[in-house]
Design a protein around this ligand. Structure first.
Ligand SMILES: CC(C)(COP(=O)(O)OP(=O)(O)OC[C@H]1O[C@@H](n2cnc3c(N)ncnc32)[C@H](O)[C@@H]1OP(=O)(O)O)[C@@H](O)C(=O)NCCC(=O)NCCS
Length: 195
């Protein structure tokens, strides 16, 4: 598993970018980066207390001493994790920051032995570039939608579920796995989506 000292550096066409595990002092920058997207209902808000609880899930991208992006890997079950709170600072988009954050989160998921990573997103081209495919929302377990009840768009959700398989079913060791989470109960209220 990654150590807190881990730091994955990349050289972009402009300047060096490093993606590293977040520390407590990054919380303010993370909130500052995601807030414009929260205001646009693109990213779910995170209350401060929740961010501190989840700070170990986060990585930040740093360029020339400035935090330019963030993202988190939230583990749902033995075989499933979500990329959440992914955001690149306004004005810093289109320079590979988002891709490098996703690369690091995927590497972490692989190290942890997680077989599938998903995201609920409007950015289908971006995630498609990182190997994600659009999936039916019914293929994701009900637990995935738990936090959606806090979202302003819960009853008219048009985010698109996308997933990337990291370990195919046939390569997983069934002797060491808990049963999969049950799929969503169609009788419970589910967010509506386009697909
Ligand atoms: C989506 C987001 C994370 C992308 O980060 P980014 O740093 O701008 O993206 P990158 O520069 O790493 O782009 C990687 C690739 O995706 C493509 N891409 C990125 N955003 C795109 C978009 N909106 N439309 C089409 N293609 C896009 C890039 O052209 C690039 O393609 P390439 O493989 O040909 O080089 C960023 O725009 C963002 O913060 N968006 C708002 C918050 C959000 O939607 N988060 C996702 C929630 S799940």
């Amino acid at each position: 598993m990654r150590g807190r000292e881990d730091d994955v550096s990349y050289s972009t066409k402009h300047t060096a970018l490093s993606v590293r595990p977040a520390v407590i002092h990054d919380a303010e920058a993370i909130l500052e980066i995601i807030q414009p997207y929260v205001d646009e209902d693109i990213v779910l808000p995170i209350p401060g207390y929740r961010l501190y609880e989840r700070i170990r899930d986060f990585v930040v991208a740093e360029r020339e001493g400035m935090i330019v992006g963030c993202g988190s890997l939230m583990i749902m079950w033995h075989d499933l994790a979500e990329i959440r709170s992914l955001a690149v600072r306004k004005g810093c988009q289109g320079g590979g920051v988002g891709r490098h954050i996703v690369d690091v989160l995927i590497d972490e998921a692989i190290t942890l032995g997680i077989s599938k990573v998903f995201a609920l997103t409007y950015e289908t081209t971006f995630f498609g570039r990182s190997g994600f495919d659009v999936v039916e929302k019914e293929t994701l377990p009900h637990k995935v939608w738990k936090d959606c009840t806090h979202c302003a768009r819960f009853t008219h959700c048009d985010e698109i579920p996308m997933a990337r398989i990291l370990i195919p079913d046939e390569q997983r060791d069934p002797d060491h796995l808990l049963p999969p989470l049950p799929p969503p109960d169609p009788n419970l209220i589910m967010p509506q989506s386009k697909i």
